[in-house]
Design a protein around this ligand. Structure first.
Ligand code: 13P
Length: 293
C-alpha cells in the first residue's frame, strides 16, 4: 500500500482508541516477518529501526534503508518506519535523510530542559520534511536490543508524571509521547505491573496526543488491553519476536543430523515463527483491519 508516517497511523488509532504494534525492523528478516504478519491480518504496522542494531557504516545503512523503504512501499498495508531510540539530534537528522518517516529522539536520561531543547530541535528538523517525532519522558529502563535471562527491574522513581507530560508536549510539539508506567525493555524481573491510574491521569492531561508504551514484551493480554483502553496507541515489541527467531534457530541446530544446518536455513526458518509472534501481538492488541478504516 504505502510507506506512511507514524503520525498518520497514530492519529487514527487515538481517535478510535486502539493500538498499533511497532516491531523489530533493524534487520531484514525481522522486517519481512513483521510485514508478512501485517499483510496476513490486513493491519497497519510500524517498523522499529535502531541504528545500534543495523551495521553502522554508511553504505550498509543506505542499503538497509533502501531495502526497508522498498519493502514498505510494496506492502499491501500501511507501513511506518521509525528510528527507535535516536540518541542525538544528528542521529535523527541522519534517519530523516535515510528515508525514515518518523524518528524517536530518546532524551529520557537527560534533565527535562535538556530533553526539551534537543527534542524541539528534532521537531524543527523533522516536521518540514514531513517526518513525525516521538520522544520519551520519565525513563523506561531495562535492556534495549538484547535481554538478560535474569530480567530487569522496574524503577518507579523514573515513572512519568502528568505535569511533565503536558509541559513537555506543549514545549516540543511532538507527535507521540512514550511514558514510563511500569514496563522495562527486555525481560521483567518478577511480574510486570502497570500503573493504570497514572496512565489515565497522563492521558487526561495531554488530550489527543498519542501515548506510546515501550518494553511491551512479556505483558499479559489483559494488561495490553487495559493500557490501550486508557490511552496507549503504540506498543513497542522487540524481545518477544526476536526470541521467537532465536528459538527457531536453536530448534534447527539441536536437531541437526547428517546434513549440517546453514545460515540461510536459519534465516528462512525463523520468518514463520517471528511472523506468528507478531500476529499473536496484533491479536492481543486487537488492531483493527485496514478494511474497517
Ligand atoms: P521489548 O524488547 O521489551 O519488547 O521492548 C521493545 C522496545 O520498547 C523498543 O523500543
Amino acid at each position: 500500500m504505502a510507506l506512511v508516517t507514524m503520525k498518520e497511523i497514530l492519529q487514527h488509532a487515538e481517535k478510535n482508541t486502539y493500538a498499533v504494534g511497532a516491531y523489530a525492523g533493524s534487520d531484514l528478516i525481522s522486517a519481512i516477518a513483521a510485514i508478512k504478519a501485517a499483510e496476513e491480518t490486513k493491519t497497519p504496522i510500524i517498523l522499529l529501526e535502531e541504528f545500534s542494531l543495523v551495521f553502522d557504516d554508511d553504505i550498509s545503512l543506505e542499503l538497509h534503508f533502501a531495502a526497508i523503504n522498498a519493502m514498505a512501499e510494496a506492502a499491501h498495508v500501511p507501513v511506518a518506519t521509525v528510528l527507535d531510540h535516536g540518541v542525538s539530534y544528528e542521529d535523527c537528522v541522519r534517519a530523516i535523510r535515510l528515508g525514515c518517516t518518523s524518528v524517536m529522539y530518546d532524551g529520557s536520561s537527560l534533565p527535562m530542559e535538556e530533553n526539551i531543547r534537543i527534542t524541539k530541535a528534532v521537531v524543527e528538523a523533522a516536521h518540514p520534511a514531513g517526518v513525525s517525532v516521538e520522544a520519551e519522558i520519565g525513563h523506561v529502563g531495562g535492556d534495549e536490543g538484547g535481554a538478560t535471562a535474569s530480567g530487569a527491574e522496574v524503577d518507579e522513581s523514573q515513572y512519568s508524571t502528568p505535569e511533565e507530560a503536558v509541559y513537555f508536549a506543549e514545549q516540543t510539539g511532538v507527535d507521540a509521547l512514550a511514558v514510563a508506567i511500569g514496563t522495562v525493555h527486555g525481560t521483567f524481573k518478577g511480574t510486570p505491573k502497570l500503573d493504570i491510574n497514572r496512565l489515565q491521569e497522563i492521558k487526561k492531561a495531554v488530550g489527543t496526543l498519542p501515548l506510546v508504551l515501550h518494553g511491551g514484551s512479556g505483558l499479559s493480554v489483559e494488561q495490553f488491553r487495559l493500557a490501550i483502553a486508557n490511552g496507549i496507541n503504540k506498543i513497542n515489541i522487540f524481545t518477544s519476536s526476536e526470541r521467537a527467531g532465536a528459538l527457531s534457530a536453536k530448534k534447527l541446530l539441536d536437531n541437526e543430523g547428517e546434513y549440517l544446518v546453514t545460515f540461510d536455513q536459519i534465516a528462512r526458518d525463523a520468518i514463520p515463527d517471528m511472523q506468528k509472534d507478531v500476529m499473536r501481538h496484533i491479536e492481543m492488541f486487537q488492531t483493527p483491519s485496514i478494511m474497517n478504516f
